[in-house]
Structure formats: structure tokens, C-alpha cells
Write a protein that binds this ligand. Structure first.
Ligand SMILES: [Zn+2]
Length: 295
């Protein structure tokens, strides 16, 4: 675990670059106005297949969905960073379990959705709200389906790139199970995320990509972009690298749950369940039910 963590850190961040730029700014007598000038993004692995996303500048960090505190605390200490904010997408324990401990230890602010049980005290946010974190505006998008009050956090510009923290709603090649919502709700939530800019970095909370792509290939065996992406992700996992973040462009090319209106996907759903209706929601529901039992 520690080795994997060190590996990931080396892969995703370049502390030397951060130090050099900070030194140069300091030598020139220029103080960074906001930390986003030097933002670094990386996933800290947790449990079996969770990622706790970290976004940080030279001094302060935010984390998303900390299911546990230990790995995050170790990482913050190693890098001399102060935890500023904890963003939570939904109430499941593997997304919230470390929040109270991190808040007590670091004094970080906790932000989470309205209408879901959360580790109090926290700042509740809802559709249309904007949360300022590390000088960056994160828009709250309500995406019910996996849970009733699930939210995503979207920042249109982090050092020139849009960034999305989407919890268990959108995965690379897949989507979350419908524990508390309907297929219609989840389809609408995914439609909203797929309407974000193509370049948006998609930070999901689980490393489910290879299993999702196996299902995606059963649905669309002739999708060449999907085959190329599968090979790329297999190579990454062989070296224990994360397949994430993905992008909205990639997901629109390979994710059957964002492609349920494509002719090939509709046809596969109809073949799988000939009795289902052919409307958008029914096709999506067939895909989700098929994935639930796919091995
Ligand atoms: Zn969940």
C-alpha cells in the first residue's frame, strides 16, 4: 500500500516543479494570488478500490470523499500540506468514514449534500450553489440515482482545465448502482455530466474501469475507441497506475451508459431484453440491469 502510494505520488505530482516555481516567485518578490497557479491532482488509494482525490497548491489541500483518515493524514504530513476543505458527494460510509477524524485533527471545513445523513457539523450545499475552495469556484450539480441526494462538484478552470468530482455517479466505462434512485433520474444525471466540456477531467471514486470496460465490450464489441481504451487501461493497471482521471470526451466515446441512445447500444439492449420498451429510459434501465448480473 505504501509502495503503491509512493508510486502514485511520483506519477501524479512533481514536487520539484512546485518547489522551483514557488522559489522563483519568491525570488521575484511575487506572491501567488491563488493556489490554483500550482494545482496538483492525485488519487490516494483506500480500501480495496476507492480513491480519495486530493487537489493541492503549495500549502493547502482539499480532499474528496475520505472514507478513511489514515492515508490522507500520512500524505498531508509527508508533503507538509494543510487540509483546507473536505468535499463529500454522498452519504455512503466509504465516502464519509474519515471525515470527522480529519476535521477534528486538521480543523478542515466539511462540505456535503443537503438531504443525506452526514458527519455534522458541515456546510450543506445543493444544486446551483458555488463553493469556493482554495480560491477556486466549484459548482454543485445534483445527480440523484446512486443515492437520492448525490451531488457532484465541477470547477470550469483549474489551471486551464475543467475538473469534475463525481463520486459514485459516473465511473470510467460505467455508472453507479441505483440504490436510491430510478433509471430516469440516473439517465438525467448522466446527461447533465456528459454535457460538460469534453476536456473535463473526470475524477470518480472507484477503480472499476477494467470490469466496466469488459461489460462495455459485451455491449459494443465493434467500438474501436473502446478497444484502444481497454488496451491503454490494462497497461496502466499492470503497473498499478490508476486509470483515472478520465475525461468527458473519452466517456462519451466508450461508456455504454453515456451512449444509450447510440444505435449499436440500443440494439444490444433490445437483444438482451426483447420484452423491454425502446424508449430512452427503458434502454438505460435494461443496460443497468444487465450490468448488475454481468460477469
Ligand atoms: Zn456510494
Amino acid at each position: 500500500m505504501l509502495l503503491a502510494l509512493r508510486y502514485l505520488c511520483a506519477f501524479r505530482t512533481n514536487p520539484l516543479t512546485v518547489q522551483k516555481v514557488a522559489q522563483r516567485l519568491s525570488v521575484c518578490g511575487v506572491k501567488p494570488l491563488q493556489e490554483s497557479i500550482l494545482m496538483q491532482l492525485l488519487p490516494i488509494p483506500a480500501f480495496t478500490d476507492n480513491y480519495i482525490w486530493v487537489l493541492h497548491g503549495t500549502q493547502r489541500a482539499l480532499v474528496v470523499d475520505p472514507g478513511e483518515a489514515g492515508g490522507v493524514m500520512d500524505w498531508l504530513k509527508q508533503h507538509g500540506l494543510q487540509l483546507d476543505t473536505i468535499l463529500i458527494t454522498h452519504h455512503h460510509a466509504d465516502h464519509t468514514g474519515g471525515a470527522a477524524s480529519l476535521r477534528e485533527t486538521t480543523g478542515a471545513r466539511v462540505v456535503g449534500p443537503t438531504g443525506e445523513p452526514m458527519p455534522e457539523p458541515l456546510q450543506r450545499v445543493d444544486e446551483g450553489d458555488t463553493v469556493m475552495v482554495l480560491g477556486l469556484p466549484f459548482q454543485v450539480i445534483k445527480v440523484p440515482g446512486h443515492t437520492a441526494g448525490h451531488i457532484a462538484y465541477y470547477c470550469p478552470d483549474v489551471d486551464g482545465k475543467p475538473l469534475l468530482f463525481c463520486g459514485d455517479t459516473l465511473f470510467s466505462g460505467g455508472c453507479g448502482r441505483l440504490f436510491e434512485g430510478t433509471p430516469a433520474q440516473m439517465l438525467n444525471s448522466l446527461d447533465r455530466l456528459s454535457a460538460l466540456p469534453d476536456a473535463t477531467q473526470v475524477c470518480c471514486t472507484h477503480e472499476y474501469t477494467l470490469a466496466n470496460l469488459k461489460f462495455a465490450q459485451a455491449v459494443e464489441p465493434h467500438n474501436t475507441e473502446l478497444a484502444a481504451y481497454m488496451a491503454q487501461c490494462q497497461a496502466l493497471r499492470t503497473q498499478n497506475f490508476p486509470t483515472l482521471p478520465s475525461s468527458i470526451l473519452v466517456e462519451k466515446q466508450i461508456n455504454p451508459f453515456l451512449r444509450s441512445r447510440q444505435a449499436a447500444v440500443r440494439q444490444a439492449a433490445t437483444v438482451h431484453n426483447p420484452l423491454a420498451s425502446n424508449d430512452d429510459v427503458s434502454v438505460f434501465a435494461t443496460l443497468r440491469a444487465w450490468k448488475n448480473v454481468f460477469k
